[in-house]
Write a protein that binds this ligand. Structure first.
Ligand SMILES: Nc1ccn([C@@H]2O[C@H](COP(=O)(O)OP(=O)(O)OP(=O)(O)O)[C@@H](O)[C@H]2O)c(=O)n1
Ligand SMILES: [Mg+2]
Length: 396
């Protein structure tokens, strides 16, 4: 099979491959970008594999960085873009079911493709757009199947994260799992315990925000992979409630928020739950705000002041979460009300603490209280947002 009219990302990288070929080495596009071009998906970056050793790659290009030279990867800067070029390799010496301990460079593409996780990820494309398909990856793309290259048990023992990758590709690509591949996950799910939470989380999130997250979640639970991820109490509840979602979340904050809402995790436990998954403080904050505002929305129509405190980002994210959960909310009315607020954040208030002090208010706790009172009055429309009006109010 040959692909004509390669997308711009590939054309931009073509001179890099040609440079390798001119140096009498082999060079191919490999991995996810080849899979994605065949599926018509958006391609964010391309990976390049070559017969050249890392030192040889570096000699061919003016600018390069040793990104993972131990694993055979050199990043080359070309025309303002960076390209990862990896020497053909096998991955002998896997330790602890994690990343390869050491790699062995090999001279042919076949060996390199053989070490890859799934048949749809073991495709290569040369500079003429011709596809190299040693493991019926094209057939599997056609049948929308995720199948391990060779023996799935071996592949998962080499790198247990691949079991999570399998379910996340299910979700992202709307594919099914091959029978043997699914069985091997069910038989080996405990290997996932060896994998760092961060790497599991990244795959978990990709699974959760993929278009087929419901089916992927089901397999994630059925194969018991879910038992080997952190703090996943209430997983059976999640299984019964997840199908009630109107559609898959596309935002990471929405994903965490709906899981927390569906599992009924209490306010004071959200921080721990998020930390157990090694989420950042910023992500945790965002999610806490969304869940709190969702609770408020379920309870009553928010006041103007509550809308102000919530802010635009949380408001929009909470509306997203409510829609995904099928919770009725008059989003247009809420957004209109927010947009009509006299001020939308504290910086827009015409006065600050200094203004109050200059107008005779003594520094101290009362000043903060007064400032808040002014803010509330401005938001409710009782007080005009000008220095004059506020100055008068203070004097009164
Ligand atoms: N545990 C892994 C990770 C990666 N790969 C191989 O390395 C390629 C690139 O890996 P990566 O960028 O992580 O995944 P992609 O398949 O490219 O998917 P994405 O679009 O998410 O980048 C994969 O296609 C696959 O051939 C593998 O065999 N085993
Ligand atoms: Mg990739």
């Amino acid at each position: 099979m040959k692909i004509d009219n390669l997308p711009d990302v590939f054309m931009a990288a073509m001179p890099v491959l040609k440079t390798l070929e001119d140096g009498s080495f082999e060079a191919y596009f490999v991995g996810g970008s080849v899979r994605d071009i065949l599926l018509g998906r958006h391609i964010h970056d391309v990976d390049i594999a070559t017969s050249a050793y890392p030192e040889e790659v570096k000699e061919l290009f003016d600018k390069s960085i040793d990104t993972g030279i131990k694993h055979g990867t050199v990043t080359v800067l070309y025309n303002g873009e960076s390209y990862e070029i990896t020497t053909f390799r096998t991955e002998s010496g896997y330790q602890d079911f994690r990343r390869p301990d050491h790699v062995t460079f090999v001279q042919n593409l076949d060996e390199d493709l053989k070490r890859r996780d799934f048949t749809i990820n073991a495709l290569a494309m040369n500079t003429d757009g011709e596809i190299v398909d040693l493991f019926d990856g094209l057939d599997d793309l056609h049948h929308q199947l995720i199948r391990a290259v060779g023996n799935p048990e071996t592949r998962f023992h080499e790198d247990a994260l691949r079991m999570m990758r399998a379910v996340r590709f299910m979700s992202q690509l709307k594919f099914s799992l091959g029978e043997k591949t699914e069985q091997a996950i069910a038989d080996n799910h405990e290997l996932l315990k060896k994998i760092s939470v961060e790497r599991i989380r990244d795959e978990f999130v990709k699974m959760g925000i993929g278009p087929n997250s419901r089916e992927a979640f089901q397999v994630f639970l059925d194969t018991k992979l879910s038992e080997d991820v952190p703090d996943f109490e209430g997983k059976s509840e999640l299984l019964s409630v997840y199908p009630k979602l109107q559609f898959s979340p596309t935002l990471e904050t929405s994903l965490w928020s709906i899981i927390i809402i569906l599992l009924k995790i209490q306010n004071d436990k959200i921080g721990k739950f998020m930390r157990d998954w090694k989420n950042s403080n910023a992500m945790t904050n965002d999610v806490e705000q969304i869940v709190a505002f969702f609770d408020l929305l379920s309870d009553h129509v928010p006041s103007d002041y509550e809308l102000f405190i919530t802010g635009k980002k949380t408001l929009l994210n909470t509306i997203d979460v409510a829609h995904i959960l099928g919770q009725p909310v008059d989003s247009e009315a809420l957004v209109d009300r927010y947009l009509a607020l006299p001020i939308k954040n504290s910086n827009e208030l015409a006065v600050d603490g200094r203004f109050l002090i200059e107008n005779g208010v003594r520094p101290g706790p009362k000043l903060g209280k007064l400032l808040n009172e002014i803010k509330q009055k401005v938001i409710s429309g009782e007080l005009e947002n000008t220095e004059d009006a506020i100055g008068e109010y203070i004097q009164a």
